[in-house]
Design a protein around this ligand. Sequence first.
Ligand SMILES: C[S@@+](CC[C@H](N)C(=O)[O-])C[C@H]1O[C@@H](n2cnc3c(N)ncnc32)[C@H](O)[C@@H]1O
Length: 168
Amino acid sequence: MRTTYRNQPDQRQGLLDWWAASTGIHRMIEVGSAFGDSAAIWMKCNPDLELWTVDPWNDADMLASFHAKHSGNLHVHEVRAVSVAAPPMIAAIAPVDAVYIDAVHDYANVSADIKAWRKFIRPGGWIGGHDYNRLKFPGCVRAVNEAFGGPDRVFCDTSWLVRLEAES
Ligand SMILES: C[S@@+](CC[C@H](N)C(=O)[O-])C[C@H]1O[C@@H](n2cnc3c(N)ncnc32)[C@H](O)[C@@H]1O
């Protein structure tokens, strides 16, 4: 049986809203890609997007499902690693326009992910993630609030979003 974090399609509106609000995203990193559902949304919104997907994919069925959706798409780059180990592996691709964090949702991991990945993002770019939910994932909420003073926007699927400052 699959893990319960798979959202239903009608719960994805927040991700689509996020995309629609985010012009200028051509290169993006997703941390935590699982079965490839959210990656499919990014690619559907912009088929020319260059997307680096970071996940250890310890579950063979999960990886097979990801491959079924994305292998053969030369715009989708698989980075098989845990989040904080991946930046040195793909340092050459920086900067990107956006990073979406959806891996482990406790305080320590979300804090570490934000710290590891925000420096990959261009000035004026976007950082966001899933599960900004005070009841289910208080550690995620705390990590985002500590790092940014809170998100700029939270969507109905609990995706959070912060726009980084542009260079002056
Ligand atoms: C919530 S799921 C991602 C769901 C996916 N973004 C979607 O919406 O379709 C979390 C994923 O994070 C991955 N993961 C767990 N620990 C991780 C880590 N330290 N770094 C990166 N990914 C991790 C898991 O393998 C799992 O696939």
